[in-house]
Design a protein around this ligand. Structure first.
Ligand code: NAD
Length: 494
């Protein structure tokens, strides 16, 4: 484990005067709140602090744009606007990259993938899907008591969408909601996370300044007040809530939305397991297990935070994982050599550290890590063994670079431990026998699964959770259809 040097010399000065987008206008508020660079613990700017008045203005704008403009019905306009948005994001790529690194603590390398460039391609993906998508399908004719009935189904946009996102991959989360919602013909109120408001506001500014997306179709809010998210979930003029965040908050969103029986789409927490079977290549599997949990300092919903190993090979695998943790370069995320950046805040670091301390008090062995590093909110890659399968560290989401090792006796035992969770988001298995690996993967209740290192996270691949990891699927054609309502028509023939 080593700390990398200072920032890349090419790092640009940031434009942090971001504004909210409401009804086509970029607006400030009197109240603001600070956004902090988690790698330095220094403020990088201020975001407007929306209250209920701004939330209501955004909802009213989205409602008007949905009900009274041609947006919901004009597929060609939507294809054109999604193409413009894709191009505008590419045109502003380097500014977005520097802001993502500074505000989110994302490493430069990750901005070439899921922290920025990957999400931008989601916009292109939905523009292309829209070009081919059929909004109607025939059900054929049916004779009922001697009369022929002709039936068909039409798909239409669900309406006004409230999109509420987490802090950890803000570009991914925003664009994986915005792009399919816009493709479907919905209008949107997007609320960024309080820890990473500026990058989400930057998307709104690009929409306002560089696309023909009509006023009110996209509204972007920043707020330090949870009352704004709550209001979006409750308001009768919002038809659908798409939420990415923790399971406890997801339960609140679902309850709030139930007052008006809204459609609810939830991407929530995870506690995924990586399982090494006894015939696996332990060297490459240990590398995967170590480097995936430290990706974005463990702040990823689908990261494998439990490592399940055959009891007979436990010590050998633990040694291999610890050796990989020792190679993790952490430090300034703008430095190209850095693999792991900081946690988002001191609050998050305190939470992670407290969970590690409680795990040790409960009987786990701290093999490596468990320390803070400065000047920002860094936490060293942490390996815990002797973890009881029902203990807090094995059951609760940590959202930090912490890997809990649990031994199993045979494949059935591994499946039982992996499924012993309220979550069901993702997972991974390593085996020298592909058939055995696939058979085991099918027995784990999770929305996505990696076999021998396979990558399931792409714009065309539905992503989402079983159990308390969520409801619905994001990305892929399934992600578009989350934002469509089906209507069935029938007419008497002849
Ligand atoms: P969080 O649940 O604390 O906050 C998420 C969002 O909800 C924020 O915008 C917040 O302001 C808002 N919010 C808070 N209280 C609210 C309420 N009562 N009503 C409406 N909105 C409210 O999550 P976080 O700490 O920002 O992010 C980390 C969590 O997100 C982790 O649990 C992680 O697993 C999850 N996550 C899931 C996915 C996925 O795709 N399944 C992806 C990324 C993150």
């Amino acid at each position: 484990m080593s700390a990398t040097d200072g920032p890349e010399s090419g790092a640009r000065e940031l434009n942090v005067n971001r504004r909210m987008l409401i009804d086509g206008k970029l607006i400030d508020t009197d109240r603001t709140f600070v956004s902090t660079n988690p790698a330095t613990a220094m403020a990088i700017g201020h975001a407007p602090d929306a209250g209920l008045a701004e939330a209501h203005a955004a909802i009213a704008a989205a409602r008007r744009a949905f009900d009274t403009t041609r947006w919901a019905r004009d597929v060609e306009l939507r294809i054109r606007c999604l193409g413009q948005l894709h191009q505008a994001l590419l045109d502003h790529l380097e500014d977005l990259r520097e802001l993502t690194i500074a505000e989110v603590g994302a490493t430069r390398t990750l901005t070439h993938g899921p922290q920025l460039e990957g999400p931008i391609e989601i916009v292109k993906y939905y523009r292309d899907v829209l070009g081919d998508y059929s909004f109607a399908e025939g059900l054929g004719s049916k004779e009922i008591r001697g009369v022929l009935h002709h039936r068909w189904v039409e798909r239409e946009p669900a309406g006004v969408v409230a999109a509420i996102i987490a802090y950890n991959y803000p570009n991914q989360l925003a664009l994986a909601k915005l792009a399919p919602a816009l493709a479907a013909g919905c209008t949107v109120i997007l609320k960024g996370a309080p820890d990473t408001p500026l990058i989400t506001l930057a998307l709104g500014e690009i929409i306002a300044n560089h696309t023909d997306i009509p006023p009110g179709v996209v509204n972007v809010l920043s707020s330090s007040d949870v009352a704004v998210g709550r209001e979006l979930a409750m308001h009768p003029d919002v038809d659908l809530v798409t939420f990415t965040g923790s399971t406890p908050v997801g339960r609140h969103v679902m309850a709030a939305a139930s007052q008006t029986v809204k459609r609810v789409f939830l991407e929530l927490g995870g506690k995924s397991a990586v399982i090494m079977l006894d015939d696996a290549d332990f060297v490459s599997a240990a590398q995967f297990a170590a480097f995936s949990i430290v990706t974005h300092a463990g702040q990823g919903c689908a990261l494998t935070s439990r490592l399940l190993v055959p009891r007979a090979h436990h010590d050998q695998i633990v040694e291999l994982v610890a050796a990989n943790f020792a190679k993790v370069c952490y430090g300034d995320p703008s430095n190209r050599k850095t693999y792991m950046g900081p946690l988002i805040s001191e609050r998050q670091r305190d939470k992670v550290d407290a969970m590690v301390q409680r795990a040790v008090e409960a009987g786990a062995t701290l093999v490596t890590g468990g320390t803070r590093a400065g000047p920002g909110f860094f936490y060293t890659p942490t390996l815990l063994t002797d973890v009881a399968a029902d203990s807090e560290i094995a059951q609760e989401e940590v959202f930090g670079p912490v890997l809990a090792v649990i031994a199993f006796d045979d494949d059935d035992d591994a499946v039982r431990i992996a499924n012993n969770s309220i979550y069901g988001l993702a997972g991974a298995v390593f085996s020298g026998d592909q058939g055995r690996a696939v058979a085991l993967a099918r027995r784990i209740k999770s929305g996505s699964f990696s076999i021998n290192g396979g990558n399931y996270f792409q714009p065309d691949s539905p992503f989402g959770g079983f159990k308390q990891s969520g409801v619905g699927r994001e990305m892929g054609v399934a992600g578009l259809e989350e934002f469509l309502e089906r209507r069935t028509f029938a007419t008497v023939v002849g």
